[in-house]
Design a protein around this ligand. Structure first.
Ligand SMILES: [Zn+2]
Length: 152
């Protein structure tokens, strides 16, 4: 028996990935959440993968300036860029104005087309305040949601 990280009761639990973190949930609590079950023999592997992802990738903060500058320098219109990477002009405008952060897929497409990198691989994804202890069995879902809410 383990403690369920959601209801905090001692129950039969399974390990799930919730908001990028491995967490113990009882059957009841796993139902309402958007979770992926992790098979027991894969837990260590998943934890080390998630820990690595902390340092993995993030969209650079000034992505919109860089996209706009390089695009203009190359004499490509926003419409052309949008067409080339299969996005709508509106979407591309929102990204360039900084109203919308590109997804990693979009950032990779834009970066590839313009010959720039919009993804910083060496920065931490989580600040120290947001840092999650993946091995802490007492971490609560409430805390995970709080910590990861800015990462969406
Ligand atoms: Zn529970």
């Amino acid at each position: 028996m383990e403690i369920c990280n959601s209801c905090n009761k001692e129950k039969q639990t399974k390990k799930y990935i919730l908001n990028g973190t491995i967490t113990n949930l009882c059957e009841e609590c796993s139902k309402g959440e958007n979770v992926i079950e992790v098979k027991p023999d894969k837990v260590e592997e998943k934890i080390s993968k998630l820990e690595k992802e902390e340092y993995n990738e993030m969209i650079i903060p000034n992505y919109y300036d860089l996209i706009k500058n390089v695009r203009e320098r190359k004499g490509i219109s926003t419409g052309n860029l949008a067409r080339e990477i299969g996005e709508s002009v509106r979407e591309m405008q929102d990204i360039e104005e900084g109203r919308k952060k590109p997804t990693f897929v979009q950032a990779k497409k834009i970066g590839k087309y313009l010959g720039i990198s919009l993804i910083d691989k060496y920065r931490k994804l989580f600040s120290d305040k947001q840092k999650i202890d993946f091995r802490n069995p007492n971490i609560r879902i409430k805390d995970l949601k709080e910590k990861t809410k800015d990462l969406k």
